[in-house]
Design a protein around this ligand. Structure first.
Ligand code: ATP
Ligand code: MG
Length: 425
């Protein structure tokens, strides 16, 4: 006997009993984004490795140790995308989409990172992302936060998420800060773990982002970035907080929030929860004005966020509520060869007349009893019944499968209006 082949560690199947909640979340995301005028972009899953090295940064967790990189048959180095921002910007530059003054986009799809799999952390995971280009002001920063909050409200998880914001300033301001930070960490060198000691030379800001609890005291004592912000960055941040205040969005200013990637500047934000253990960040983003020029475009403005769909789904209180949206309205039982023939034709007529109708037609024969069993298992609300009697009398039986009630008989012409009224309920 041969062994069964299993999925790759950290990469999960999403089985049919789970897909309704995924579809529900995806639908909510699409609807919210449409209501703010964002357009969808679909991007390749594989890109040149160089793209991620240049955008995410050589000394980030992702590029240092998490990417799925391989040589293809031509010897080119390719990488399964670990995030969506780099590919989205690459596509917009390649197709000249950034010539317009502003552009609002969204995407969704799988991302790949070679991390240690655990709850809320996988090697293939799903992100939904939003990117807005060409806009310099804090109003677009606020828009991204407001639309993400609207999504939480739509999904009834608003009360579980807390907004944290910070400003990373400009590249120049960060250089000044970097020196202060290095000076501080040199003094506390012994309190740093190995990763952080290494980062002290390459990317000291990332030390603030450490998940190592033993370093929390030394990180807490570090100088804060906002002490190094210039007037323009401060005023940008104040505009953002003012807009959030006026819109009634509560937030915490977290001066240690630096985000893991190199490309951010000014506004960064995260939506975090205490309900998912260590993997508490559900959605994260920020402004990354510098990246456009870094990837060869004309200097402009950009801001975006990405959310992890697995973590979002784990936060849903009542995921089963999405099941109803796809469960069948009716299951057609047909016993006898003439009933099978007529039933097949009738089903297509019903689908022509009622495009919303979700109807399963029983296939492969069997007794009334076995077909009723299947009808029940399908989750359908009603059984439509065709046997010899019904074929002879040109009518059809209808039985509510979810409520104790008598089977009724309808003429064929009565069936469409009857089903229509059921669909509308
Ligand atoms: P973390 O700090 O949890 O490693 P991150 O800063 O690496 O997150 P981002 O690159 O900002 O994450 O990605 C945005 C969102 O995508 C995260 O907030 C999270 O919800 C989700 N995400 C990131 N990595 C994973 C993963 N390996 N598995 C599942 N979801 C993930
Ligand atoms: Mg990470």
């Amino acid at each position: 006997m041969s062994d069964k082949i299993q999925a790759i560690r950290g990469m999960h199947d999403i089985l049919p009993d789970q897909t309704p909640r995924w579809q529900g979340v995806e639908r909510a995301f699409r609807e919210v984004l449409a209501s703010y005028g964002y357009q969808e972009i679909r991007l390749p899953i594989v890109e040149k490795t160089e793209l991620f090295k240049r955008s995410i940064g050589e000394v980030t967790d992702i590029v240092e140790k998490e990417m799925y990189t391989f040589d293809d048959r031509n010897g080119d180095s390719l990488t399964l995308r670990p995030e969506g921002t780099a590919g989205c910007l690459r596509a917009c530059l390649e197709h000249g989409l950034l010539h317009q003054p502003s552009l609002r986009l969204w995407y969704m799809g799988p991302m790949f990172r070679h991390e240690r799999p655990q709850k809320g952390r996988y090697r293939q995971f799903q992100q939904m992302g939003v990117e807005a280009y060409g806009m310099a002001g804090a109003d677009i920063d606020a828009e991204l936060i407001l639309l993400s909050k609207r999504l939480w409200k739509t999904l009834s998880i608003d009360h579980k998420l807390e907004l944290q914001i910070n400003s990373l300033g400009t590249v120049e301001e960060r250089l000044v800060y970097r020196e202060k930070l290095v000076e501080y960490f040199r003094v506390h060198f012994d309190a740093l773990d190995e990763d952080s000691k290494r980062r002290l030379e390459t990317n000291p800001l990332r030390i603030l982002d450490t998940k190592n609890q033993q370093m929390s005291d030394v990180v807490k004592g570090a100088p804060a970035l906002n002490e190094c912000l210039g007037e323009a960055s401060l005023s940008h941040f104040q505009q953002l907080t003012r807009t959030l205040d006026e819109a009634g969005v509560s937030y915490t200013i977290n001066p240690r929030l630096v985000r893991g990637l190199d490309y951010y500047s000014r506004t960064v934000f995260e939506w975090v929860t205490t309900e998912l253990g260590a993997q508490g960040t559900v959605c994260a983003g920020g402004r990354y004005d510098g990246l456009i020029a870094q990837l060869g475009g004309k200097a402009s403005h950009a801001i975006g966020f990405a959310l992890g769909v697995e973590r979002l789904i784990d936060l849903l209180d009542d995921p089963a509520r999405f099941d109803e949206a796809i469960s069948p309205h009716a299951y057609l039982i047909r016993v006898g060869s003439e009933a099978e023939r007529i039933g097949g034709l009738l089903a297509e007529q019903l689908r022509d007349a009622l495009p919303q109708l979700r109807l399963i037609v029983h296939c492969d024969g069997g007794s009334f009893k076995s077909q009723f069993k299947r009808a029940d298992k399908s989750g359908a609300a009603y059984a439509l019944i065709l046997g010899d009697n019904e074929v002879q009398n040109l009518n059809i039986g209808v039985k509510n499968l979810r409520k104790e009630s008598e089977q009724i008989t309808l003429e064929h012409y009565q069936l469409i209006p009857y089903l229509q009224s059921l669909i509308q309920i």
